[in-house]
Design a binder for this molecule. Structure first.
Ligand code: MLT
Length: 394
């Protein structure tokens, strides 16, 4: 038998990176030597001390809980480490009811709408933006009002442009700074506006902070929790994936509004059984050693950022060096601008002719059209080779 896909699944476009993986496999089959700069999945391993803690904890015969459901045997070290990290990093003092452990941000981003949206409700999401914001809305029976991030607004959300009828129906507004894919950063003044918007319209502000620790040139990214009263109307998703090179470990947290945290916890209790205790303990170790383990990895990304931006600028691009994230967001060469989807045409031809995979901006929404994204999570020599091939296409 062949199953009939649910209407909610039929409503979704192919998942951006699943689609890219399929295209890469097809090119490889044709004998193309593929170089991928697609997904932002760090190539550096997780820090040694974190790996050592995982190995210790999983083999600790004195801990009778080491193999049990993570939700039943929470390691208090992890929420304590989250609280200590927020206090050291941003001077924010979180209370116990303001923290929940997640199985990584993607999982929690998709689950939160199930807790607070009903069929017919609206969620507001930026575009270009991470596809999972919309996916969560659709799975909850709702839909997405997309708010465009425009270059002339420094890729910040223009709250005033969100119509009154959308504000009325919206339950949640997503934002993400440092931003994937545009690499834009936000100030505390912007976060204050977001909190004000949430409060005035009774909309939960959900800030995806996955890239807050991938910072360069002395830049420090703020947390929305630094804004007075933020926990009344906002939550922040923090992930260990990009900061600590722990994507596969699926671990992170959501902090902030206690009622949203409780609602998300209820969804989690019904769907997942939590993170393995040893992973929780290792994640606590990561946060406790953030100041030591993050800067060396950022040095690597900074070197690669310079390598890529310098190479593209030498070939006629005019890019600024991003202060944060692990991406470069660049316009496609002008000659593709007559195509129906310039970024799609460029990415496809680049793959077919040179074997290089970049992410087409259109995949993040219409306002991403005309751009492509390079991920810096690949070794220097791979990036160098890929830049030579990209430049040939100009
Ligand atoms: C990306 O490349 O945008 C991210 O790695 C995807 C993700 O975090 O799920």
């Amino acid at each position: 038998m062949e199953v009939t896909l649910s209407q909610r699944l039929q409503k979704l476009p192919p998942y951006l990176f699943a689609d890219l993986r399929r295209k890469m496999a097809a090119a490889r089959e044709k004998g193309v030597k593929v170089i991928t700069l697609g997904i932002g999945d760090p190539d550096s391993p997780a820090p040694d001390a974190v790996v050592a803690e995982l190995v210790r904890a999983v083999a600790d015969e004195t801990d009778i809980n080491r193999h049990r459901y993570g939700c039943d045997v929470p390691a208090e070290q992890f929420p304590n480490a989250v609280k200590s990290f927020y206090s050291r990093r941003w001077g924010v003092e979180l209370t116990d009811d303001q923290v929940v452990t997640t199985m990584g941000s993607k999982d929690a981003i998709a689950k939160l709408p199930l807790a607070i949206m009903d069929p017919g409700d609206i969620g507001i999401a930026p575009e270009p933006g991470y596809p999972t914001y919309n996916i969560g809305h659709v799975f909850a029976g709702g839909s997405t009002y997309y708010t465009p991030l425009k270059k002339e607004n420094d890729f910040l959300i223009d709250f005033d442009s969100i119509p009154a009828d959308v504000r009325e129906k919206a339950k949640i507004l997503w934002m993400n700074y440092p931003n994937n894919p545009t690499t834009a950063t936000a100030t505390l003044e912007f976060f204050a506006k977001a909190v004000e918007f949430g409060r005035a319209n009774n909309i939960l502000i959900a800030h995806d902070s996955a890239y807050s620790e991938n910072v360069y040139d002395g830049y420090q990214s703020p947390s929305i929790m630094q804004i007075e009263g933020a926990p009344d109307t906002a939550v922040e998703f923090f992930s260990l994936s990009k900061a600590f090179s722990m994507t596969g470990w699926r671990t992170g947290c959501v902090v902030g509004n206690p009622s949203a945290i409780k609602a998300l916890t209820t969804v989690k209790e019904n769907i997942d059984n939590g993170t393995l205790r040893a992973v929780q303990l290792a994640a606590a170790k990561a946060l406790d050693s953030a100041e030591q383990v993050i800067p060396p990895v950022n040095e690597i990304y900074k070197r690669r950022r310079d390598l890529v931006v310098d190479a593209l600028n030498k070939a006629g691009w005019n890019l600024e060096k991003p202060k944060s994230t692990i991406y470069i967001w660049a316009p496609v060469p002008e000659k593709y601008n007559t195509a129906e989807s310039p970024s799609g045409a460029f990415a496809t031809e680049l793959l077919e002719k040179t074997g290089v995979v970049v992410t087409p901006g259109r995949g993040y929404g219409p306002a991403g059209e005309g751009f492509f994204r390079i991920s810096l999570t690949y070794p220097d020599n791979v990036l160098k080779e890929a830049m030579d091939r990209i430049i040939e296409m100009k």
